[in-house]
Design a protein. Structure first.
Lengths: 209, 98
């Protein structure tokens, strides 16, 4: 009798430690939908760059051409829309998952996760803007992937541990994108599109089915 | 056997107190309201157990003001963490022995 009570206490303790320290409402479908949005965004950029006839770095480098400024604004707009839609989808599916599991979407684990995720991410975003406005556009894809990967590694301590490995992969792609600058958009699409979809499906089938 | 029983700590023998210590083992500072939600208990009940643990110096409290609202947070002390770990080990040993 006493013994089963002890056992129950121990499993309750383990459960509380897990539940109180990590954010559990991140849905695999958030990843899948963000990945799809990213691929659509990348395709839009590809289309704007005349289907790869002009590499985005060369294109934006045309000295003194008015084309450059116009394109930068347009590319930034597409990038921002992609980011907003991806974030919106991620939020929607997390909200759904939280509701289904009778959890609150907003609690101390959410706050902690977001703080640790957004510090490297916002740094990366600002750094990317600096690159763009200094016309060092070749390293934009590399910077985005690398900082995003760092943000994920940082966030991995406060939600599902698998995020940590996704982060490592994004960092690797980011560094490769820095070496092979002409394939920036390709690496970007793999990192933000395909990896998100694969990761999301794995998480969905592992935890939500 | 005697050793095991010696490490079981009466101060932790309650569902809420076990819960408080568990949460504070893995979280640095926890607010009163977050604890309340996690442990699904009432203000009064939680406060009295927190008080008991605080008097034993197993946890410490800090009060801050967020705007005008007082905001109370708790943290486990080193001593509290050590004793709680011993308590958990003792519980595990008890289960293994039987």
């Amino acid at each position: 009798m006493e013994d089963s009570q002890n056992f129950k206490d121990l499993s309750e303790i383990k459960n509380l430690m897990e539940r109180s320290s990590r954010f559990h409402s991140l849905s695999g479908l958030s990843g899948v939908s963000a990945g799809i949005v990213a691929i659509l965004g990348a395709f839009a950029i590809y289309w704007l760059l005349n289907f790869g006839q002009l590499m985005y770095d060369e294109h934006l480098y045309v000295p003194g051409s008015s084309v450059r400024r116009n394109m930068t604004g347009l590319l930034l707009l597409v990038a921002s829309l992609t980011f907003i839609f991806a974030l919106g989808c991620a939020l929607f599916f997390s909200y759904r998952k939280a509701k289904r599991n009778h959890l609150k979407l907003w609690d101390h684990t959410t706050k902690r996760l977001l703080v640790h995720f957004f510090i490297p991410l916002i740094t990366g975003g600002l750094f990317t803007l600096i690159l763009i406005f200094r016309s060092d556009i070749t390293l934009v894809a590399s910077a985005m992937l690398t900082f995003y990967g760092l943000a994920l590694v940082n966030a991995g301590k406060y939600t599902f541990g698998e995020i940590h490995y996704l982060g490592i992969l994004e960092i690797t792609l980011g560094l490769l994108a820095g070496i092979f600058t002409n394939f920036g958009l390709v690496f970007w699409t793999i990192g933000f599109g395909i990896l998100h979809i694969v990761y999301g499906l794995i998480m969905y089938f592992r935890y939500e089915r | 056997m005697k050793n095991i029983l010696a490490n079981l700590n009466k101060a932790f023998e309650n569902r809420i107190r076990l819960g408080i210590m568990s949460v504070l083992m893995v979280n640095d500072w926890m607010e009163f309201n977050s604890l309340k939600e996690l442990l699904e208990t009432t203000d009064g009940n939680l406060a009295s157990h927190l008080k008991a643990l605080e008097e034993k110096a197993y946890i410490k409290m800090k009060k801050q003001f967020v705007g005008r609202k007082p905001n109370t947070s708790y943290q486990a002390t080193e001593a509290g963490k050590t004793l709680f770990r011993l308590h958990l080990d003792a519980l595990e040993d008890l289960i293994k022995k039987q």
